[in-house]
Write a protein that binds this ligand. Structure first.
Ligand code: SF4
Ligand code: SF4
Length: 286
C-alpha cells in the first residue's frame, strides 16, 4: 500500500498538513514567516510529517486560467501608501503577469522499498509493516539518530524535547481499522491518493499520458520506478518540473547500498592482519 501524490491538482490548502497533525497529535512546530512563499513549515521534520511546498516560477501556467489579469473595465490600482517600489503590476503588462505559476506539492516520507533508515536502526524500532510501509515504534527508539543521515531524502528527524525520532507512519493505526490515511482523506482535490501500489502506478501512468497529450511535457513521475536507487518509493509523485525544483534528490540511492561490500573488505583486511600477526608470532618463536 502507498501514496500517489499528483501535484498537478494540489491547490496548496494544507488540509493534509493539518489532518496529519491533528490525527497523529503532532506538536506545533512554529508558525514562522519563512520567506518561502506561503510555506510556513519549510520542510519535513519530526514535527512535520506532511509538508506542502510552494514554488513560484516565471513560467506560463499552461492550460489553466491564470486569474492574475485584471478584468476589462476594472479600476486602476490605487496607491495605499504602503511601503513598495511601485504600483502593483506597473512594470509588467498583463501578458507578462500571466507568465507566473505556483507549483504546490505535498511531500511525505517515501516509505522506500529499500529503506536505509530501517537498515541502520540498531534497536528494531524502525520496522516494515504488513502493508509494506516503514514505521518507527516510539517506545523502542533510543534516540541514537543513526537513521537521520541514512535517509536519502532527509525525511526523518529528532524531536529535541524527547530525543526520539519521528516521521510519517502512513497512519498505521488507521490502516489497521480499514481507514485511509488522514491526509488522503482530507485532501479535497484527490492530489493525495492512497491504495494498492500497482493500481496507483497504473493510475499515475494514465494521468501522465493525459498531461503529455495536453502539451505539458515537463510532467514526470518521481519514485514510481521499482528499478531506481531505492527500489521504488511507497509514496511517489507526479511533478510538473524537475525533482530538484521541489527540493527532491534527482537520483536517490539507498545509502546502505555499499555496506555488504564494505563489510566484505573489512573482513578480508581483518583476516590478512590476523594472518600477518600469526606469521610474525610463529617466526619470532623460531
Ligand atoms: S524516505 Fe527516509 S525515512 Fe522514509 S522510509 Fe525512506 S529512508 Fe526511511
Ligand atoms: S490537502 Fe491536497 S490540495 Fe490541499 S495542500 Fe494537501 S495535497 Fe494539496
Amino acid at each position: 500500500m502507498g501514496f500517489f501524490t499528483d501535484t498537478s491538482v494540489c491547490i496548496g490548502c494544507k488540509a493534509c498538513e493539518v489532518a496529519c497533525k491533528e490525527w497523529n497529535m503532532i506538536p506545533e512546530d512554529g508558525l514562522d514567516f519563512t520567506a518561502m512563499s506561503l510555506d510556513n513549515s519549510g520542510g519535513l521534520s519530526a514535527d512535520t510529517w506532511r509538508h506542502v511546498a510552494f514554488i513560484e516560477q516565471r513560467k506560463p501556467i499552461g492550460v489553466q486560467e491564470t486569474g492574475v489579469g485584471r478584468p476589462e473595465g476594472a479600476p486602476d490600482p490605487v496607491d495605499l501608501g504602503m511601503p513598495s517600489f511601485e504600483l502593483p503590476g506597473a512594470s509588467a503588462g498583463e501578458e507578462e503577469r500571466g507568465e507566473f505559476r505556483w507549483l504546490m506539492s505535498s511531500d511525505v516520507c517515501k516509505h522506500c522499498t529499500h529503506a536505509a533508515c530501517l537498515d541502520v536502526c540498531p534497536t528494531g524500532s524502525l520496522f516494515r509493516t504488513e502493508y509494506g510501509t516503514v514505521v518507527v515504534q516510539e517506545d523502542i527508539c533510543n534516540g541514537c539518530g543513526y537513521c537521520i543521515p541514512a535517509c536519502p531524502y532527509g525525511v526523518i528527524g529528532k524531536r529535541e524535547d524527547d530525543g526520539r525520532v519521528w516521521k510519517c507512519t502512513l497512519c498505521y493505526d488507521r490502516l489497521g481499522e480499514g481507514q485511509e490515511p488522514a491526509c488522503a482523506k482530507a485532501c479535497p482535490t484527490d492530489s493525495i491518493q492512497f491504495g494498492d501500489l500497482d493500481e496507483l502506478r497504473e493510475r499515475a501512468d494514465e494521468r501522465l499520458r493525459s498531461l503529455h497529450d495536453a502539451g505539458i511535457e515537463s510532467a514526470q513521475l518521481y519514485g514510481r520506478d521499482p528499478d531506481d536507487g531505492v527500489g521504488g518509493d511507497g509514496a511517489f509523485f507526479l511533478l510538473l518540473d524537475e525533482p530538484e525544483v521541489y527540493g527532491l534528490p534527482p537520483d536517490p540511492v539507498v545509502t546502505t547500498r555499499d555496506l555488504p561490500s564494505m563489510w566484505r573488505h573489512a573482513g578480508v583486511a581483518a583476516a590478512a592482519l590476523l594472518a600477518g600477526i600469526t606469521a610474525t608470532f610463529i617466526g619470532g618463536r623460531r
